[in-house]
Ligand binder design. Sequence first.
Ligand SMILES: NC(=O)c1ccc[n+]([C@@H]2O[C@H](COP(=O)([O-])OP(=O)(O)OC[C@H]3O[C@@H](n4cnc5c(N)ncnc54)[C@H](O)[C@@H]3O)[C@@H](O)[C@H]2O)c1
Length: 414
Amino acid sequence: MQTFRLGFVGAGFIGKFHAKALTQVRGVDVVGVHALKGAEELAQYAKSHNIGDCKVYPSVAELCKNCDAVAVFAPNFARTDIVGQICDAAKAGAALKGVICEKPLGRTLAEARTLVELTKSAKLHTAYFENQIHMKPIKAALAQLNPQQKTMGPLSLARSAEEHAGPHEGWFWDPTRQGGGVLSDMGCHSIAVCWYVLTPIGKPITFLEPVSVNAETALLKWGQPKWRKQLLDKTGVDYSKTPADDFATGIVTFRNPETKQLVKGQFTNSWMYDKQGLRLFMDGLGPGYAFEVNSLQTPLNVFIGDEAAEAAADAETALEKSTSSRGLLAVEPNEADLYGYVDENEDAIKSFAAGKDAFLPWSYGLEITKLCMAAYMSAERRQTIDLTDPKIQKELETYVPLIAQGRGAEVLFR
Ligand SMILES: NC(=O)c1ccc[n+]([C@@H]2O[C@H](COP(=O)([O-])OP(=O)(O)OC[C@H]3O[C@@H](n4cnc5c(N)ncnc54)[C@H](O)[C@@H]3O)[C@@H](O)[C@H]2O)c1
């Protein structure tokens, strides 16, 4: 098989993480990168880790002419513009096989739909990167419990949480650029995981029909004067004027179209999780069986006392979003693999090389965006959102959460 040539747009936090993941994937080279910042550093990383003779390109169009697929690892607010440029390049003759996009696909349902339409018009295969569905612990849990599921029936309750102390870049905190707060940023992961693990084994990823969403959003930490000031000083984002949710929770109810059984997925997300660092927690309960994943229960702990703390100046070498560099620290030795980045890259590359969409195409990302929008709508209206109601379905098509409009005070300070 010829080595697959992948190009990156964006070379920030997630671009670097994917580069790390790609050191563990065979048959692919990172041949080019275009980014406003960080491109040289990423190219250097690729070369020094033997994952490709990576060149820095001055435009998206030039990058597209020199690779087999492009991965969009740029911020949410730049998505439509960048994907438009990729699709224009494909229409102009760039021999692209596919395009990858990080979560969330769109900041609104309308934006997600535009992105799906753009790739259709350019006849590009797609991969929506929802890494948590590709996590090896999730795959292993489902494989291990396959016989139980077959004899006892599928899971009826899933709970999924992603929490950390807050994002690394200012634009994530700005609801008008990011698309909201933690629900937009991380609710998409947890909702997707719930839907996926609840789906009976062997059925398509959208087999279970989402019937309703009930959610709450809140600003529990970063709206308090002390933290608000810290955030303003650090990022320029003023949560007294344009607040966003730093906590969100809710329940999505799904119906099995064959048995009519209702099952529930409960999601919880926060940017105020002041513990060791990022925690992914998932569990699933079926009749007579269960599983639980907790990414902070690591096989490795290290202890660093006060005197030795200087030696651990870069706390994030232990764990993503690590908040401390001393004491008893949880260390994940291979985060790129644990969080599913290795497996999602492998799936996308193999799928594109075989001339098809990845396991999770953009049309799936659109469905996740719809559920996140319904969750914001539920929190805003303090109502359960009935997804089977044609009026709601129509409203969701053009809905922009108040928080994303910069009017979060109307929801979070009432
Ligand atoms: N799956 C996950 O767990 C996960 C984690 C972090 C981020 N993400 C997603 O990845 C995306 C990027 O996030 P990040 O944390 O890497 O952001 P970042 O701010 O760290 O990096 C963004 C990169 O894109 C570049 N960029 C910005 N605007 C651009 C433009 N118009 N054209 C070309 N390059 C541009 C920047 O220069 C930078 O290199 C976001 O959509 C985010 O939601 C996913």
